[in-house]
Design a protein around this ligand. Structure first.
Ligand code: FAD
Length: 555
């Protein structure tokens, strides 16, 4: 088995597969502990009931409502039922969660959650989890292809049988065969200029799956996080608001009382991002931002529970939150959409699985609740690992046809032989800047259409992209070019899905032409696959409903 991606989802999948007896390797374009899971700050959701009464049912309802009823309720139930045991498993492996006075795992309030449900390790939860999982990977002595860039999935005999990857350290393409492949390649925040995501978050797995005929689901659903630091986009955790921080406009007004009078700063992310953007657009912002005020929490609490936030604010904005409010604004943060899978991570293609942010199971629907993404990586990483192991252990053959390797070599040579053209970064920047303007917090029909044309134009320019570095070792120029190809494919899928969804639901807000949610027409997922000409084709699939009928969503 091969797991592509070694963040929380990939490592959890590999551990499970190994423990069930499979021979499994991980492959990652960066060192596993540098995976973007390590940037997660606020925590991980499980109904442990340590801070107040809570149960998986309540967790499931909050998640369904948070998803604006687009989440599949069977998948959400699986997540919420399995979450508590999965968190205890992490604890037993050594995750140092923050504690209550009597020694149990502490849980903090997070947006749109009916109870304090977010287990945390101060504000470095992701950092703790990737290190714990990496220890478990090392303990099992699992092979890791570190600094290998997966480029093309191997499709043979109707099933996925491995990957063709570029060896970043030594150069050259390597084909790696596997009976089952799990994609765990994370998100695609780099589609936007203002994002909390690292440079490596370029949606590679989603695009690779799309190219071999696997569908992507709900791609229009890109979440904008309400508190990203100006001007860098670095995340300021929702944990700040969980601890009691206020959001203020230029008039020193807690403006959320006009948008979410009950939940205030703990409303869901889509609601708060829209409120902030409205305040900024209507002239009540502060230099294009609003202010996150922690001062009333006091130095002791800030230093104990939010020390990472303080450090980030001081380093990247020159603001010490003990004394001054932090300038924040909405930024692209999390892709609810991704590779279409069932509740075992299985895609429509035999042998191919996906888990974590690159997948769409779908538990987040149109809007993810804070703390649910880390939980998804663990629960569905585990499940994908188990199912893929079972399949690999009961099927024997694996073959990477030499013709596929030769085609990949030829394609790469053509790219590297090109001596004139445009550098990848200029196209990449233009893509990210225009996505931000035309496919951001609020969406307009004309802007989305315009973005479709821009992407088309960028694609044409991409045909002539030139890689100036012809070297074999750590050729970032080359990997940037390949990543750009992935990003362009995804932008296409997003625009076509966004145009088709003629309603406002969760992250997809169209206040100017379709301001309401329309359950009669659009209580369904967008599904994008490529047609014979390689162009994205849109389809729909109903949402799986079990017990929760859609209701008006207020906070
Ligand atoms: C700043 C920040 C804070 C967050 N805080 C929280 C939080 O507090 N709670 C919460 O629930 N969620 C949080 N999230 C979301 C959550 O952290 C992520 O959704 C989740 O960690 C993604 O994990 P993953 O394993 O799917 O992907 P990642 O951790 O991003 O790992 C992706 C892996 O894929 C590899 N990869 C990618 N492309 C290739 C390729 N072509 N070839 C080889 N390898 C490849 C990478 O090297 C990496 O190992 C946060 C997100 C951000 C950006």
């Amino acid at each position: 088995m091969l797991v592509i991606g070694a963040g929380c989802a990939g490592m959890r999948a590999a551990i499970e597969a190994h423990d069930l007896g499979a021979d499994v390797a991980l492959l990652s374009k960066i060192h596993p502990v540098r995976s973007h899971s390590g940037a997660a700050e606020g925590g991980i959701n499980a109904a442990l009931g340590n801070a107040s009464d809570d149960d998986p049912e309540q967790h499931a309802f909050d998640t369904v409502k948070g998803s604006d009823y687009l989440g599949d309720q069977d998948a959400i139930q699986v997540l919420c039922d399995e979450a508590p045991d999965d968190v205890y498993q992490l604890e037993r492996w050594g995750a140092v969660f923050s504690r209550t006075e009597d020694g149990r795992i502490a849980q903090r309030p997070f947006g749109a959650a009916g109870a304090p449900r977010t287990a945390y390790a101060a504000d470095i939860t992701g950092h703790v989890l990737v290190h714990v999982l990496y220890e478990q990977v090392m303990k099992r002595d699992l092979p890791v292809y570190e600094e290998f860039f997966a480029w093309q999935l191997v499709l043979n005999d109707g099933r996925c049988q491995g990957v063709i990857a570029w060896d970043l350290l030594n150069g050259g393409l390597k084909a790696i065969g596997a009976k089952t492949v799990i994609l765990a390649t994370g998100g695609a925040g780099r589609l936007y200029v203002g994002t909390t995501n690292a440079y490596a978050c370029t949606g590679d797995g989603m695009a690779m799956a799309l190219r071999v005929g696997v569908a992507l689901e709900d791609m229009e659903m890109m979440q904008f996080h309400p508190t990203t630091l100006a001007p860098t986009g670095v995340l300021i955790t929702e944990g700040c608001r969980g601890e009691g921080a206020y959001l203020l406009n230029s008039e020193n007004d807690r403006f959320l009382k006009r948008y979410a009078p009950n939940a205030m700063e703990l409303a869901s992310r889509d609601v708060i991002s829209r409120a902030e953007q409205t305040e900024i657009d209507e002239g009540r912002g502060v230099d294009g931002n609003v202010l996150l005020d922690l001062r009333h929490l006091g130095a002791e609490r800030i230093l104990e529970r939010l020390h990472g936030t303080r450090e980030l604010s001081m380093t990247f904005a020159g603001v010490d939150p003990i004394y001054d409010p932090i300038p924040v604004r909405p930024g692209a943060h999390y892709h609810m959409g991704g590779v279409d899978t069932d509740v075992w991570g299985l895609t429509s293609m035999e042998g191919m699985y996906a888990a974590g942010e690159c997948a769409c199971v779908s538990v987040h629907g149109a809007n993810r609740l804070g703390g649910n993404a880390l939980m998804e990586t663990i629960t569905f990483g585990k499940r994908a690992g188990a199912h893929a192991a079972e399949w690999a252990l009961s099927n024997t053959t694996v073959e990477v046809p030499p013709a596929l390797e030769r085609d990949a070599e030829r394609e790469l040579k053509e790219l590297l032989d090109r001596t004139e053209g445009e550098r990848p970064w200029s196209i990449r920047n233009e893509l990210a800047e225009t996505m931000h303007v035309n496919f951001g917090v609020f969406r307009r029909e004309d802007q989305m259409k315009r973005q479709g044309e821009i992407v088309e134009d960028l694609r044409e320019r991409y045909e002539r992209v030139v890689v100036e570095d012809k070297g074999e070792i750590f050729n970032n120029d080359l990997t940037q070019a390949l990543e750009l190809g992935f990003l362009l494919d995804l932008a296409d899928s997003m625009v076509i899905s966004g145009l088709a969804r003629k309603e406002s639901r969760g992250a997809h807000a169209r206040p100017y032409d379709y301001p309401e949610r329309d359950d009669d027409e659009y209580l369904k997922h967008t599904i994008v696959a490529l047609d014979e000409d390689g162009r994205p084709r849109l389809d729909w699939r109903p949402v799986t409903m079990t017990k929760w009928e859609p209701k008006e969503r207020t906070y």
